[in-house]
Structures are given as structure tokens and as C-alpha cells.
Design a protein around this ligand. Structure first.
Ligand SMILES: CC(C)(COP(=O)(O)OP(=O)(O)OC[C@H]1O[C@@H](n2cnc3c(N)ncnc32)[C@H](O)[C@@H]1OP(=O)(O)O)[C@@H](O)C(=O)NCCC(=O)NCCSC(=O)/C=C/CCCCCCCCCCCCC(=O)O
Length: 528
């Protein structure tokens, strides 16, 4: 941070840490030193705090999280600012997020450009606003809005922030110039009403139900995700405890989250999301330049309207199709429909003088044995379970199924055994992860981050678990390898369980972090 003396007995502290003025140790020390200089210089009457390059501050430097416990000592700085006897005015342009907004909440006044955005997005990183954010914001704007902003992490525009009372002035001109003028106008005003730490949280008669509704909402919306729930606990502390004790509770809860695997996963996701746009596969191939993989045949399950259309598309492209339909009536209808569609296509082509090769389309009426017994799951009230009614959701074990399975085992000479939750999870996830390693080894994905972001964005993998490849690193690659080897030995007919060479190469290095995988595993092949 830079310290500048301005005319009219003012000092300016400017955060400078491109590209977003994130709070590193050096920036925090710079802020502190600047404030001390201004306080000890009796010619300085007020201080303006701003950020360089049209951004106030995007909060703590996320890349430093693995090295330290952010928030705890910065909260002391935020309190010191509030207690100063000279007015401190935040001049906000661009963003004031996380620790950036906490810094601004420590200031006695906040002036922002109309296009600025402010917020406490810490939950998205698996943590909470631990530098007084959970204690100061409710004192400023009340509990309901603080709950909304902190548990969602949603930033708000300057106009909304002004209405909520987070900002004091919003302007369309330069906020630093405005803050300089403003500082001179408020020099004689008492500072005590501006010190949030000495205020109490506005009380409401139904505070208990507000909190219980908030807990219920986040548990429903984000099941298993620690940060929103823990943030609510910190807000409860703001209501129930005096400031001195509230900040201790905030620190305790912040530390708990910072040490959680969820915070590590979400911080990985933050950088993974920004890096994937910049990566291309090692072969430099892309979807625009890659040649398609050969397809020898295609299977289509279900011959409703969609299934028929899909089967037709492949058949027309000359790719053999095997279509499976469990309902004999539906199968007959589909056969007729597809045959007539193909004949129409053939006659159109013959009329236009183009050659026509009859496509290969094989129908199979082999069906899922349960479906053949009329057990289609919830919709028919029975499947693997018995349901309370057709479309019902209450299920119970079905003696019919036990009998069916025991006959099946007898026919196929299978021995029954109980399978633990752990084995189910490992066989499903590790075979998925194994495929991820194959894809990396083949050079189809450019990085483990790409696979993870696809899983987070497209397959509903919980963000706070970081994606399958990150999960593999948290379990430990040698563990994943050992388990795959064990399951493959037990099930040699399941190729997905055969450990990939890429995983073997990496596990030989112990458990390297995903960012080092490619350099350690050597050049990948290129199937693209
Ligand atoms: C809205 C954004 C800020 C900007 O968006 P956009 O304009 O689209 O640009 P991007 O492409 O997203 O970002 C540009 C590059 O900047 C990087 N970036 C962004 N924010 C951060 C950040 N906070 N830390 C690090 N790097 C950041 C981003 O990755 C891009 O990099 P690259 O070009 O790809 O290389 C948007 O970026 C955004 O929303 N950012 C996240 C904002 C956020 O979540 N903030 C909350 C952070 S958590 C927090 O603030 C916690 C506060 C606790 C108190 C603070 C304590 C500070 C103490 C510091 C002491 C450190 C000790 C260190 C010890 C040691 O060093 O040993």
C-alpha cells in the first residue's frame, strides 16, 4: 500500500497489488504502517483509503490461504481503524469484496462509484467473513439482510448497497476526489456514532425464528456444506454476545472452517475455474482441429419418440445400431415407424439420384429382468423395492425380490455376501477417477482441473468436494491405486477397475498435488 500526503491536511492510503489489490501480508502491513503514520502526524486531520487500478480490494489473497490463517490478525486492523480519533473514509471503485469490504466496514464512512460492487463472498471459498464481517455487518444493516448476503455470498451493486445502508454516498464521479471533499466536510462531526463495534445489532421480536428458518433454508439448499451454517452461528453470536466475545466466537468458527477439507476444495475450485479457460490439451488439439474417434456401433436404450429419432440418425450416418426396447408392443410400433422412416428416406434419395445403402439396425427385445416382471420402479409402485403406491416415495424391502435374487444366484452360481457402504463408494468413485486418469494419459483433457470443472458444472458433483480428481488427491493416489488393484483382482471382468498406467506413474511419486501431475507423469499420448 502507498502512503501519500494530500493538501488540506489529508492522507491517502492506496492499496496496490495487481490485478485486484488482494490483501497479502505486504498489503496489510502497508495499510497498518500508513495508518500509524497518519495517526502520529498531528498535521493530518483525516484519511482516505482507496485501491489502485480502479479496484478497491477483492479481499484476502486466496493463493496465500494454504500458508496462513487469513482473517484473524486482519480483524485487529479493522478494529483499530474504528477506534482511531481521525475520520477514515473508504473510497470504493470496482469491487470491495471479502476482506476488502471488512476493511471498508472498519472505516467511518464509505463512498462508492455507482458501478462498484460490494459483498462478502467467503462462503464460496468454504470460509466465513472472519475479519469482523459477521459481527459488523449485522450491526450496520440488521440480521435478515446480513443472513442473506453472508450465506449466499452474493455481491450487491452500489445502489442496492446504499439502500441497505452499507454505503453512505454513491456518486458517478471519481470516489477518491469525492472522499477528499467529503472528509473536509465531516471533520468536526463526532466519530462515536460511526464506530460499528460500539453499536448493538438492531433487535427484532422474532430473532429466534429468523435464525431457525435460516438454518433450515441452508440445510435444504446446501446439504452437507459447512460454511453457510457456520456463518449463521457467527451471526447468532453477534446478536447474543457483546462485541468482544462475538469476535472471539467468529475467530473460533473461522478457524474451524479454514481447517476443513471443504475450504481447501473450494479454494482449489476458485483457481481451477480461472485456469481452465487458459488451458488446451498438450497436443494443442481442440474440438475444431481434432479428428473424431471411430465409432463401430451404437446402442440405444428405449424406443420411444426420442430413441427412434436417435437410432435413425446413427443408422442414416451408416453406423450399426442395436436398439433395446423392453415393451414388446412398443418394440413393434418402433420397428414399423423406423422401417417406414428408412423407406421414406430411401425413396427420397432414389428420386434425387443418390445411392442408397440399407442401414444395419438390430432390434433386441432382451429386457431388464425386473422390467419384464412389470416392475418399473416408483411409477408402477414396485421395482427393487415395494412402494406405498404407484408414484409413491415410501419404499420397503420386497420379499418377492429376495426370492427372485436367490433364484438368480442359484442359476448363475453366485455366492451372496454383504457389501459395505465403503466398497460401494470406492468401486463407483475410483473407477470414475481411474477413467479420469486414462483421459489425462491419452491427452484428451488438458489438466485434472478440466475434468473437475466439468464434473462440478455438468454432473452435480458438490463444489465443496472439489471434483473427482481433487478428491483422489485428498484420499491419496497410492490409496486409490491399492483399492483399484484389490477390486480388479476380485473382479477381473470389470475393465474399469484395472488401474490406469497414468495413475500408476503418479502414485509412484507418492501423492503429488493435481497441479504437478502432468509434469510428473511425462508427456501424454494424444487421442485427439
Ligand atoms: C470480481 C473479481 C475480483 C474480479 O473479476 P474479474 O474482473 O472477472 O477478473 P478475474 O479473472 O476473476 O480475476 C483476475 C485475476 O485475479 C485473481 N484473483 C481475483 N481475486 C483474487 C483474490 N482474492 N486472491 C487472489 N487472486 C485473486 C484471479 O484468480 C485472476 O487471476 P489470473 O489472471 O487468472 O491469474 C473476481 O476475481 C472475484 O470474485 N474474486 C474473488 C473475490 C473473493 O472471493 N474475495 C474473498 C476472499 S476471502 C477474504 O477476503 C477473507 C478475508 C479475511 C481477512 C483478510 C486477511 C488478509 C490477511 C492477509 C495475510 C496473508 C498472509 C500470507 C502469509 C504468507 O504469505 O506467507
Amino acid at each position: 500500500a502507498e502512503y501519500l500526503r494530500l493538501p488540506h491536511s489529508l492522507a491517502l492510503i492506496r492499496l496496490r497489488n495487481p490485478p485486484v489489490n488482494a490483501l497479502s501480508l505486504a498489503v496489510v502491513n502497508g495499510i497498518r504502517e500508513g495508518l500509524q503514520k497518519a495517526m502520529s502526524d498531528h498535521t493530518i486531520k483525516a484519511i482516505v483509503v482507496c485501491g489502485a487500478n480502479d479496484k478497491f480490494c477483492a479481499g484476502a489473497d486466496i493463493s496465500s490461504f494454504s500458508r496462513s490463517s487469513p482473517g484473524i490478525s486482519f480483524g485487529v486492523v479493522v478494529d483499530e481503524i474504528q477506534r482511531y480519533e481521525k475520520p477514515v473514509v473508504a473510497a470504493i471503485r470496482g469491487v470491495a469484496l471479502g476482506g476488502g469490504l471488512e476493511l471498508a466496514l472498519g472505516c467511518h464512512y464509505r463512498i462508492a462509484h455507482a458501478e462498484a460492487r460490494v459483498g462478502l463472498p467467503e462462503v464460496a471459498l468454504g470460509i466465513l467473513p472472519g475479519a469482523r464481517g459477521t459481527q459488523l455487518l449485522p450491526r450496520l444493516i440488521g440480521v435478515p439482510m446480513s443472513l442473506d448476503l453472508i450465506t449466499s455470498g452474493r455481491p450487491v451493486g452500489a445502489d442496492e448497497a446504499l439502500k441497505l445502508g452499507i454505503l453512505d454516498v454513491v456518486i458517478n464521479s471519481d470516489p477518491v476526489e469525492e472522499a477528499v471533499k467529503f472528509s473536509q466536510e465531516i471533520l468536526d462531526k463526532p466519530l462515536e456514532p460511526r464506530r460499528l463495534l460500539n453499536k448493538s445489532v438492531p433487535s427484532l421480536p422474532n430473532m429466534d425464528s429468523i435464525f431457525s428458518e435460516a438454518f433450515a433454508k441452508v440445510q435444504k439448499q446446501y446439504p452437507g456444506f459447512l460454511a453457510p451454517e457456520t456463518s449463521i452461528q457467527a451471526l447468532q453470536a453477534a446478536v447474543n454476545l457483546p462485541y468482544k466475545l462475538g469476535i472471539k466466537e467468529e475467530e473460533k468458527l473461522a478457524l474451524y472452517l479454514q481447517k476443513s477439507g471443504q475450504a481447501r476444495a473450494l479454494q482449489y475450485v476458485f483457481f481451477a475455474e480461472s485456469s481452465v479457460h487458459k488451458q488446451s490439451p498438450p497436443s494443442v488439439a481442440s474440438w475444431q482441429t481434432a479428428s473424431p474417434q471411430p465409432i463401430s456401433s451404437v446402442g440405444v436404450l428405449g424406443l420411444g419418440t426420442m430413441g427412434r429419432g436417435i437410432a435413425m440418425c446413427f443408422a442414416k450416418a451408416g453406423i450399426p445400431v442395436v436398439a433395446v426396447e423392453s415393451d414388446p408392443k412398443q418394440l413393434e410400433i418402433a420397428k414399423k415407424a423406423v422401417t417406414s422412416m428408412l423407406e421414406r428416406e430411401a425413396s427420397k434419395m432414389q428420386q434425387s439420384g443418390r445411392a442408397w445403402t440399407k442401414p444395419t439396425l438390430t432390434f433386441s427385445s432382451s429386457a431388464d429382468m425386473l422390467c419384464e416382471s412389470g416392475r418399473f420402479g416408483q411409477k408402477t409402485g414396485k421395482g427393487w423395492y415395494q412402494y406405498d403406491k404407484p408414484l409413491g416415495r415410501v419404499h420397503r424391502p420386497d420379499p418377492w425380490l429376495s426370492e427372485f435374487l436367490s433364484q438368480y444366484r442359484e442359476t448363475h452360481h453366485l455366492e451372496s455376501r454383504s457389501i459395505s457402504q465403503e466398497e460401494i463408494l470406492e468401486r463407483c468413485l475410483y473407477s470414475l477417477i481411474n477413467e479420469g486418469f486414462r483421459i489425462l494419459g491419452e491427452g484428451i483433457a488438458a489438466s485434472p482441473e478440466q475434468i473437475d470443472i466439468i464434473y462440478l458444472s455438468g454432473y452435480g458433483w458438490p463444489r465443496y468436494r472439489g471434483g473427482p480428481m481433487f478428491y483422489a488427491a485428498t484420499v491419496g493416489l497410492p490409496v486409490v491405486l491399492e483399492k483399484l488393484q484389490k477390486y480388479y483382482t476380485q473382479n477381473p471382468d470389470v475393465p474399469q477397475l484395472e488401474p490406469s498406467d497414468y495413475l500408476k506413474k503418479l502414485a509412484a511419486h507418492g501423492n503429488p498435488p493435481p497441479k504437478d501431475w502432468q509434469s510428473l507423469a511425462g508427456p501424454p499420448g494424444s487421442k485427439l
